[in-house]
Design a protein around this ligand. Structure first.
Ligand code: ATP
Ligand code: MG
Length: 254
């Protein structure tokens, strides 16, 4: 089968600063890929390019066989319209470090908002599915709570349910637990572990090396806009072949 995500020589600069310097990566269907690396190495930028929060400068990104953000005609590339970008973006769910829930909506309304407003689904059906999703993330009893009435871990689980409600092909997580108090990290990782087991394709930027070791099919180590090393979690995390990987892992574990 073709890769669900394919990155070929992806480059992205901000002014003269090169945040991504030629990323090559295939992500298979149902694969869980964890990305680790120091601050500023381009991890978020890479996720943001997949989700078209940034537009790549060079190379190509494909999701499910479609070129992301561009249409090819002959040997020319044309940027897609906002409308086409919005359609492509629906294939990808994204969960951020900060939960970004709508503060004026309940947990349930946060989850039904997208399906009803964007996908034009019926309210009753969307509500039923949202309740199922809230149950799946262990929050059936908090459906009526507003974000301010939820803990950080609960808010993040609502954010995951909200992303899943759009039925994405791919889920991107950008340090989903790093804003949480330590005792709340486990419940969010638990939901992500279940999601991985259900066959969702996931790209997870994380400093939780234990989670990466246990759940990831592959681990990618990025540094200075490049993939320095990738492979089996045990290999990359336990016996990294590159000194920069070694250094980073020692620093995280210290
Ligand atoms: N919109 C922007 N404008 C200018 N520079 C940017 C922008 N976004 C990112 N950068 C720069 O690109 C580099 C990569 O940033 P990115 O956020 O991808 O790093 P990261 O690996 O996610 O780091 P962290 O672990 O701190 O989240 C950084 O040096 C950052 O300052
Ligand atoms: Mg980041």
């Amino acid at each position: 089968m073709n890769a669900l995500v394919r990155a070929v020589e992806v480059r992205k600069s901000f002014g003269t600063f090169e945040a991504l310097r030629g990323i090559n990566l295939d992500i298979e269907h149902a694969e869980v890929l964890c990305i680790i690396g120091p601050s500023g190495s381009g991890k978020s930028t890479f996720l943001r390019c997949i989700n078209q929060l940034e537009i790549i400068d060079q190379g190509a990104l494909m999701v499910d066989g479609e070129l992301v953000g561009f249409r090819r005609s002959g040997d020319k590339l044309h940027q897609l319209s906002e409308r086409e970008i919005a359609r492509q973006r629906l294939a990808t769910g994204m969960v951020f470090q900060r939960f970004n829930l709508f503060p004026h909506l309940t947990a349930l309304q946060n989850v039904t908002e997208g399906p009803v407003q964007v996908l034009r689904r019926g309210k009753a059906e969307a509500t039923q599915e949202a309740m199922d999703l809230l149950a799946r993330v262990g929050l059936a009893d908090k459906a009526g709570n507003y974000p301010s009435q939820l803990s950080g871990g609960q808010q993040q689980r609502v954010a995951i349910a909200r992303a899943l409600a759009m039925k994405p092909k791919l889920m991107l997580f950008d340090e989903p637990t790093s804003a949480l108090d330590p005792e709340l990290v486990g419940e969010v990782l638990g939901v992500m572990r279940d999601l991985a087991a259900s066959g969702m394709t996931m790209v997870v930027v994380t400093h939780e090396l234990g989670f990466a070791r246990e759940v990831a099919g592959r681990v990618v180590f990025m540094d200075r806009g490049e993939i320095v090393e990738m492979g089996d979690p045990n290999q990359v995390l336990e016996k990294p072949s590159h000194p920069r990987t070694q250094e980073f892992i020692s620093a995280v574990l210290a």
